[in-house]
Design a protein around this ligand. Sequence first.
Ligand SMILES: [Zn+2]
Length: 594
Amino acid sequence: MTRKISDKKIREIAERLSILDVISPVVSLQKSGKSYKGLCPFHPDKNPSLVVNPDRNTFYCFGCGVGGDIYSFFMRFHRLTFPQALEELARRAGLPLERAEGGQPSQGDRMRQAGLAMNALASRFFHDTLMKSREADRARQYLRQRGIDPSIVSLYGLGYAPNRWNALAGFLDKNGASLELACQLGLLARRKSEGGFYDRFRNRIMFPITDAEGRAVAFGARSLGDETPKYLNSQDSFMYRKGSFLYGLSEARQSIREQDVVILVEGYFDLLTMHQNGFTHAVAVLGTSLTEAQIASLRHLTRNFVLVFDGDPAGKKASFRNIGDFLEKGISAKAVYLPPGEDPDSYLKTQGREAFLALLERARPLVDLFLEDRLRGVRADAGVETKLRLLREMLPLFQRISDPLERNLRIQQIADRTGVPEPFLREELSKPRGDKIAQPAPSGRQNPDGGADWSPEERLLCKVLAQFPVLAHRFLESGLLEKVRSPSARELILACAESAGEGDAGAPMGRLRQDEDLARFVARVSCLGEFTLPEAEIALADAIRRLQKRDLLERLSDLNRRIREAEIGNQPELQARLFREKQRIIQQEKALLS
Ligand SMILES: [Zn+2]
């Protein structure tokens, strides 16, 4: 199943999309002149080293040297092959690729579509059952008792799975759905003995867990009776991975953006009660610590996180779990502790919205809380053992603080409390961390400044043309291409000329897709934006002049050698002819220098 997609099509797809559409959902970007800056997702980045150039559709990290075009970013970030990235980006661009096998979508696409349809069907069944069926009397009563409004029930599509073995299985079968697929998605389970399937969720309130577009990808379920476990989730499937989604995110997205803060709670009912009380910018983590995927899905909406925890010792301990991730990713994380034994659901019910608001206002930075917790009882005259233990825990954490000012303040704080001199702490902090400091080495040549075999003239030329491919034709007209010695520099010049010929403002990436080093060079140069166009024109003229001069000098030394040979071989006529040629070249050189 090979298919050849033309370079033109690949370019067209890239032009329809902005590289910002691909990077900004996963990296928080700040405008900086004509380009954007953000923390690089490919290495532990403390200062924003990732630069994105939307005019050229390129990105480059000045920290780890990763760079390229929209496809390279998408492939690297989502760990896709080029054909996979192409297929997905084509779909997003609204330019789906023609299928090699008779207009059929790929196997993966078909599976996903079928999975979404299956979950939608099941979701409707659970919801209808909750709203209409006699079987759901107790479920409705339970939700009323928990104070959940009907509007919330319908907004979140809550449902009920009847207390039978074949309620959903029967419904799906009647609707001609694939029970095998329902089993793969964890809705049904396979009977061990007599074959067939049975309902996996029974006598449970059902919570659809949705993707960014609000489509159910999995379910959470709470038992109504004494069944264990109290909460049961869909197992991992091709649609869903535990820890990759946040409950309520599609409903909260808009509100999080508007308020520029997200409140993180733990459970389904916490979230529903929060929403019902007007805290529409809340999501539920469905666990005690956030995963990287969850942080990534929130971080492009806001950098301000408020986490709500039970104030008992276990809750406090849990609150510190993501602290390193937050520091590293530049997230301002605050925490609120509820009175021991309380959760947001119970607290809102007993104390009300105003009390909760007051708590939120008193939310404190997690790092402060953490330091307080660890420094409690530690005085400047504490024993060496205690201090060592403390420093070993704190220093790796402080190394992850992305803001230098905050890092300094924290060092002072620790120095004051432990009596360990600040310079010593600073020195310790400046040592590389053993675990995370290893940066992903870009493959191949390590020279970010281009090919190792480029002469200074060729390097200047490549820089100019990679930033302004439109100038490539001017260079070709000079007739100097064959004087460029490095094959990779020639390749780059031709790629620039090719992309400029099609009137493309983007970077000349198509032809360079096979050569990662050259593509990275182009990305770097376009993100550096070293030249303005007038400067580039001057630099180009300079590069051309230097190449011409180099050429003349080479011809001159060649002539000198041949003149000497003619002299030795006693060939005065040849010697005279060569000498005249030498004079001509010297004239040319003079003209070049004037
Ligand atoms: Zn990087």
